[in-house]
Design a protein around this ligand. Structure first.
Ligand code: CAA
Length: 384
């Protein structure tokens, strides 16, 4: 067993850390306050090759492994989870699914610019449209329909909670083509955002990841060419589940980053702040908090890296990615809350960053499968 990162991993980790410090930290409080989408930061992330990290260079990607992705996600998420959620969705939910299951034409047309994160110098990213107003965790209960007609499908319905909803150029849309077949009647389509009949709803005003653009998307008689269906008829639900298994490694790493960012701030503050005649790090009440934070973060990191390693080894990583996601996201919420507590009153105001990390942590327990959904996946796996 090897617990050491390679030279290349360390270089990627450092590049992500420098990027987060130099490009994401300036203005992070204002972007959160004003819900400003971090377009410039994501364009710079694309220049580093971090929007298509695991995609083969043959399709415009950086050809890195999943371990590198976990390391980079952690570093970016320490500073700005609104940036890293776009990075995670584009890498895991959009590029991975297209590279694995898309046709050669689909890859040339869509994957190449998506993996580069740019087209003609402009931001070019994707979004994953599974959730609906009445189908979140219960994802097979889709009501968006894709009716087959001649050489195309016609889409009608509403998707919501869509990350990159307004900034994406390309949507991967799950829709029901034969309701009688249940999950086997669901298809997945590549839909260009500027197709006639696509309407982007207002930006959601959220508790956390406020820079990230979350929207509902409405489809009204949207014509989608048949060649834009990914995989065979009825493959859409399996596509969503397989893709989400990798997505959960991304969100677990995001949660890990939020936790380690909050911990590092608490550690620093505990060395500076004095109370009862000494730095608060000399009080056992604080020492035990720091010890528990560091221990839980290390557990989360090991789970994330194990899931990534399994994916790189082409093993089944469904169980480990769900374990990583539920543990890391619960760790993020706990650590960020404790980090606010270590800061006392200062933790409750924006300048010290930990209150934002606490707000950002919450969503990691909800999106890409709630903690309860992860426990369904885990228990089914261990009981089968
Ligand atoms: N590969 C192939 N087939 C699969 C599969 C996989 N990985 N996983 C499931 N299936 C098949 C099953 O075998 C089953 O087939 P049969 O009916 O023939 O047996 C079928 O699909 C239905 O599967 P389940 O019976 O397991 O379905 P379920 O209704 O019990 O639901 C669930 C399971 C785990 C709860 C699933 O619905 C789920 O993961 N829900 C959460 C959805 C989710 O994560 N949403 C996040 C939205 S995306 C997002 O947040 C992105 C963002 O913008 C940040």
């Amino acid at each position: 067993m090897q617990f050491q990162l390679t030279e290349e991993h360390l270089m990627i980790q450092k590049a992500a850390r420098d990027f987060a410090q130099n490009e994401c930290l300036p203005g992070v409080i204002e972007r959160d306050e004003h819900q400003k989408f971090p377009r410039e930061q994501i364009l710079k992330l694309a220049e580093l090759g971090f929007m298509g990290m695991m995609v083969s260079p043959d399709y415009g990607g950086a050809g890195m492994d999943t371990i590198s992705y976990v390391l980079a996600m952690e570093e970016v998420s320490k500073i700005d989870a609104s940036v890293s959620v776009s990075m995670s969705v584009n890498n895991s939910l959009v590029c991975w699914g297209l590279e694995k299951f898309g046709s050669e034409e689909q890859k040339q047309k869509y994957l190449v610019p998506l993996a580069q994160g740019r087209k003609n110098g402009e931001l070019y990213i994707g979004a994953f449209l599974l959730s609906e107003p009445e189908a979140g965790s219960d994802a097979t209960s889709q009501r968006t329909v894709a009716e087959e007609k001649d050489d195309h499908y016609v889409l009608n319905g509403i998707k919501n909670w869509i990350t990159n909803g307004n900034s994406a150029s390309v949507y991967l849309v799950m829709a029901q083509s034969d309701i009688a077949k249940g999950s086997k009647g669901i298809n997945v389509f590549i839909v260009e955002k500027d197709s006639p009949g696509v309407t982007v709803g207002a930006k959601e005003n959220k508790l956390g990841i406020r820079g990230s653009d979350t929207h509902s998307i409405t489809f009204t008689d949207v014509k989608v060419p048949k060649e834009n269906r990914i995989g065979g008829d009825g493959f859409g639900f399996a596509f969503a589940m397989k893709t989400l298994a990798g997505g959960r490694i991304g969100i677990a790493s995001q949660a890990l980053g939020i936790a380690s960012g909050a911990y590092e701030l608490a550690l620093k503050y505990s060395k500076e702040r004095k109370a009862f005649g000494k730095e608060i790090m000399h009080h056992q009440a604080i020492q035990f908090k720091l010890a528990d934070m560091a221990t839980r973060i290390e557990c989360a990191r090991l789970l994330c890296l194990k899931a990534a390693w399994e994916k790189d080894q082409h093993l089944d990583y469904t169980l480990s990615s769900s374990m990583a996601k539920v543990f890391s996201s619960e760790t993020a919420m706990w650590v960020a809350t404790e980090a606010v507590q270590v800061h006392g009153g200062y933790g409750y105001v924006k300048e010290y960053h930990v209150e934002r990390l606490m707000r950002d942590a919450k969503i990691t327990q909800i999106y890409e499968g709630t903690s309860e959904v992860q426990r369904i996946v885990i228990s089914r796996s261990i009981l089968k």
